[in-house]
Design a protein around this ligand. Structure first.
Ligand code: ZN
Ligand code: ZN
Length: 368
C-alpha cells in the first residue's frame, strides 16, 4: 500500500477535494508512477459536471507525466527513475489491440471509464474511491499505469510541459496527421480553438494545409490560432461562418474538425464542406456516416494515435520548434485544481497543467 494524495470527485460539479488515500502496490504488469504534472482535459471537466452522485467517488485525470517509482515483475520497457508520459488505456487482447490499433479497443469504454481494472478490482478500493480513469487517475501524487499506456520520454524536457501530450495534443495533431491524413494544399477549418483545436492548427501547418481557418468565439484564442499557423480566423459570434469561408476559399473546405460539440455547428460543418470532404467530430456522439456528395463524418478517438509512436514524434516536432504546444499551457499548483478547472471552463486558460507537489495536510484543511 502507498499513501497518496488525490483530488476526489464526490459530487456533481465538484469541487474536487484533495484527500489522503491508500493505493495498492503495482501488480506484475503495472507501473507505479510518481506524478509530477497532470493536464486537465475537457473529458475530465465533462465527467465532473455529469457526475452521478449515487456512484462511488472517483479520481479523474488522464494527462499525467511523472517518474517511475516501482515496477511489477513482468514490466520490461521501463525501470525505476525513468520519465514517462501517461496516455489512454487499452485491453491488449482484442482484435484491434492485436492489430496495433489500441484506439479502437473493443473494451475502450470499460478500461478507460470503468474506474476499475478489467478484472473488476480497483487499486483505491481500500479508500472506497474509484481509480484507473484512463488507466491512470492522475489528479494524484501517484498513479498506477501499465506498459500499454506509458511512453518513456527524455529526461531533458520538463515533465510539466510534456503532460498534455497524452490526450489533448495527441488528439488534435493525430486527427490531422492520422485520422484525416490531411494532404498539403487541402483547405482545413477548425471549429473551436481550444487545446485540441490549436494542436490541430499546428499540425495543419506542419502538413502544409492551406488555407487553415480557425473558428471560435474567444478573441484571445483566435489570436493564438493565427500565431500558431491559422491563415484566417472567424469569430462565429460576430460573423457569418459560411459566407466568410466561401469568400476565403471560393467554395468550401476539404476538412472540418468540429470540436465545439454544439449541435448547430455540426450542421454548419456539413454546409461548408466540399464534395468528398470529411468532418471529424469529437463529441463521441454518432453522426451520420455518409453525407451528400461523398462527404464523410468520422468520429475521432485519440486522433488514431498509438501513443508510443506518436508522442515521441510530437516531442521531436516540439524540439524543432514546429509544434510549440507549451504556448497553450498555464501551470497551477495541485491544491488549486478547482481554480484551474474554472479557468479552463471560462476559456481564459487553454491548457491548465497541475504541478503535483505533495500537500501538507494541515495546510489543506486550512484552505478548505
Ligand atoms: Zn483491446
Ligand atoms: Zn482528454
Amino acid at each position: 500500500m502507498h499513501k497518496i494524495q488525490a483530488a476526489v470527485l464526490r459530487r456533481k460539479g465538484g469541487p474536487l477535494k484533495i484527500e489522503s488515500l491508500e493505493l495498492e502496490g503495482p501488480r506484475d504488469d503495472e507501473v507505479l508512477v510518481r506524478i509530477v504534472a497532470a493536464g486537465i482535459c475537457r473529458t475530465d471537466i465533462d465527467f465532473c459536471d455529469d457526475w452521478d452522485d449515487a456512484s462511488q467517488p472517483a479520481v479523474l485525470g488522464h494527462e499525467g507525466a511523472g517518474v517511475v517509482e516501482e515496477i511489477g515483475k513482468k514490466v520490461r520497457s521501463v525501470k525505476h527513475g525513468d520519465h514517462v508520459v501517461l496516455s489512454y488505456q487499452s485491453c491488449g487482447r482484442c482484435q484491434s489491440c492485436r492489430k496495433g490499433r489500441p484506439m479502437d479497443c473493443s473494451r475502450f469504454w470499460e478500461v478507460n471509464f470503468g474506474f476499475q481494472r478489467l478484472d473488476g478490482s480497483n487499486a483505491l478500493q481500500k479508500s472506497g474511491v474509484g481509480g484507473h480513469f484512463f488507466g491512470q487517475s492522475s489528479f494524484s501524487t501517484h498513479s498506477l499505469a501499465t506498459e500499454r499506456n506509458i511512453v518513456k520520454v527524455s529526461k531533458n524536457l520538463p515533465l510539466e510541459i510534456l503532460a498534455p501530450l497524452g490526450c489533448g495534443m495527441q488528439t488534435g495533431a493525430g486527427t490531422i496527421m492520422n485520422s484525416l491524413a490531411v494532404p498539403a494544399g487541402a483547405a482545413v477549418a477548425v471549429f473551436g480553438t481550444g487545446a485540441v483545436g490549436l494542436a490541430a492548427v499546428m499540425a495543419a501547418r506542419i502538413v502544409k494545409a492551406s488555407p487553415i481557418i480557425g473558428i471560435d468565439i474567444n478573441p484571445m484564442r483566435l489570436q493564438l490560432a493565427l500565431e500558431l499557423g491559422a491563415s484566417h480566423t472567424i469569430n462565429n459570434r460576430r460573423d457569418d461562418v459560411a459566407a466568410r469561408i466561401a469568400a476565403i476559399t471560393g467554395s468550401g473546405v476539404d476538412y472540418v474538425l468540429e470540436i465545439t460539440a454544439e449541435p448547430e455547428m455540426f450542421q454548419l460543418a456539413v454546409d461548408v464542406l466540399n464534395p468528398k470532404g470529411s468532418v471529424a467530430i469529437f463529441s463521441g456522439a454518432t453522426a451520420p456516416g455518409s453525407l451528400p456528395g461523398g462527404r464523410k463524418a468520422l468520429s475521432i478517438i485519440e486522433g488514431d494515435a498509438v501513443p508510443q509512436h506518436f508522442i515521441p514524434k510530437l516531442i521531436s516536432l516540439y524540439r524543432a520548434g514546429r509544434f510549440p504546444f507549451d504556448r497553450l499551457i498555464k501551470h497551477f499548483d495541485f491544491k488549486n485544481i478547482n481554480d484551474a478547472i474554472a479557468a479552463a471552463k471560462h476559456g481564459d486558460v487553454i491548457k491548465p497543467v497541475l504541478r503535483m507537489t505533495p500537500i501538507d495536510r494541515k495546510q489543506n484543511k486550512k484552505e478548505r
